[in-house]
Write a protein that binds this ligand. Sequence first.
Ligand SMILES: *Cc1c(COP(=O)(O)O)cnc(C)c1O
Length: 397
Amino acid sequence: MNNGAIIAEQAVAQSAERTGNDHFLLTPGPLTTSLSVKQAMLKDWGSRDPAFIELNADIRRRLVAIAAASGGDDFVCVPVQGSGTFAIEATLGTLVPPDGKLLVLVNGAYGERMMKIMQRLGRKATALTYSEDATPNLGEVQSTLAGDPAISHVAAVHCETTSGILNPIEKIASLVNAEGRALIVDAMSSFGALPLDASALPCAAVVASSNKCLEGAPGMGYAIIRKDVLEGCAGNSPSLALDLYDQWRAMEANGQWRFTPPTHVMAAFHQALIEHDAEGSVPGRYRRYRQNCDVLIQGMEKLGFKPLLPEATQAPIIVTFHMPGDPRFDFKAFYDRLAARGYVIYPGKLTVAPSFRIGCIGQVMPDDIGHAMTAISEVLNEMGVVDCGPAIAGGVA
Ligand SMILES: *Cc1c(COP(=O)(O)O)cnc(C)c1O
């Protein structure tokens, strides 16, 4: 084994002490969690046990504090079993009434998914669709709202994980509010890492899950919703299990979930929230992910790869790189060789250009990303790849 491979192997071994893993998940999720988060799942909880009821209450309090640093009293956290998409579907179904209409700002797969959810729910929706490397045209959003009084709600994605683009959520919020509509934010891949104040934005709801930037185990979603908005949502949801109004009322009444709660996931999530706080809450987590992202982009650019996005719109969450044009570059071989070294990356989801993605989030340190760069350099050497630039100069048409 050469020097680089030895260093990479040592890095994985060191990380194993911290995470219990023999690999790093450099993906959009599920992500690398700490060993202590996983260890929190080693106990069974009774769902009616007062200690568990208090654990649930504390999770909900902590999530409101993260979502609405100012004006937290105006918001409630309603958790729901399942992945992030369950929480999105639950929120749209509960908040947008049968006679409402949703405008979705689409610049990637997660915006598209909200349109699909609305179709399934049989609710009215319209989309403004942009290229995956472009943020929404705010003038167009404004004129669409002004021209269509039937639109009652707007849904926007904070960080569109399809590309890693950061959408201008504060600007979107202020114009949605100026037009008197309610904003629903999909903050799945940014919540807990990128600053967002639901109260100051303001918005009606922020939706996220347990397993992304808060570094818990997957299995629980939640929405942080304005209390005065949720109070008016009785009977809106066409679903029994995904009715967040009913979930909220039931939880307020006895502190319990309506149906079997994901007890182990919640215990892990509670520990993850304690660790998030210990790292310095949102600013602390942002700092580490920012460093991860800087090491990643600088390292990849040094190897000749080209990121899809300019710095100004790149969120420090996940980075999309153009697929190299060099015929010796084969993504599957690249992926497999990196995975064998302990670094799991992610295929691209873009329609605009062939690409792949590397995540900056999860229980991963800047040094770990540095070692991943060493591993990538070695894999490229093994494959005989000399040029990592995209096939077409500039890539995106
Ligand atoms: C991950 C993610 C979701 C939800 O995905 P699940 O696979 O259902 O957890 C929704 N929106 C965004 C922006 C995401 O990154």
